[in-house]
Design a protein around this ligand. Structure first.
Ligand code: C5P
Length: 220
């Protein structure tokens, strides 16, 4: 129906940071609040979708009790949860700020301070969105890009490499856009080369714009 355009559709969203353990008390993480992903989950739910929200550690509550919230810590856990649900969904939106690297070895005991310098070897984490792209069947696939240089070119490269339908470009050049903020300013790049620019808005409104683009795509 016009009111619930995503009725009968399943949408999976990844959100928040990941924590990569160093030892039993320390981790590598980032400042992602998870807000954008949770707003996307809420907007998809309001449009009638069945929603699976796969979330790294955040302070946020489940936006709605009928949203299936799967809490994870590491990139590996997020990857496994995303793969496990992928076959059943019609669309996936990767809004998580996944750590690109993790410690190669996790110390079993708290690392003691000793020498002036400490070396730690890191290895790549799985690229969740790239795996979803490589295993794409009917799913509509949406990613995010946060670029500090050659924005458009890098985002388009990502769109192709990860086999996405569209990519949401976060503008870092605008005040009020980004990680911890309540607002965001985005552009959307489509695989046909089209670009749509949006103004500075609340993350709730930004989420609605993104979900509206997803609805158009699913109805094509
Ligand atoms: O390649 P880059 O990290 O810039 O791509 C960002 C997009 O890829 C985001 O949508 C992010 O959620 C997703 N991503 C992912 N798994 C990773 C790294 C990024 O799903 N390990």
């Amino acid at each position: 129906s016009a009111n619930l355009p995503l009725k009968g559709r399943k949408v999976m969203i990844t959100a928040g940071p990941t924590y990569e353990a160093i030892d039993p008390v320390r981790f590598i993480g980032n400042h992602s609040s998870g807000k954008m992903g949770y707003e996307l989950a809420a907007a998809a739910y309001r449009s009638g979708a069945e929603v699976i929200l796969i979330s790294g550690p955040t302070h946020l509550e489940n936006p709605h009790k009928e949203i299936k919230l799967v809490r994870v810590q590491s990139a590996q856990e997020m990857y496994e949860a995303a793969i496990a649900h992928y076959d059943e969904v019609d669309a996936a939106i990767a809004a998580a700020a996944v750590s690109d690297y993790r410690p190669k070895n996790i110390a079993s005991q708290k690392i003691k301070k000793a020498d002036e310098n400490l070396q730690m070897e890191l290895e790549r984490t799985p690229d969740i969105l790239a795996s979803l792209g490589a295993n794409k069947k009917r799913q509509a696939l949406v990613g995010f890009a946060l670029e500090t240089e050659n924005e458009q070119e890098n985002a388009l490269g990502k769109l192709e490499r990860k086999n996405l339908d569209f990519i949401v470009l976060n503008s870092l050049n605008d005040k009020g856009a980004g990680f911890k903020s309540e607002t965001n300013k985005i552009s959307i790049l489509f695989k046909d080369g089209r670009k749509a620019d949006f103004g500075l808005k609340s993350k709730k409104e930004v989420a609605e714009d993104i979900i509206n683009e997803l609805i158009l795509l699913l109805n094509e």
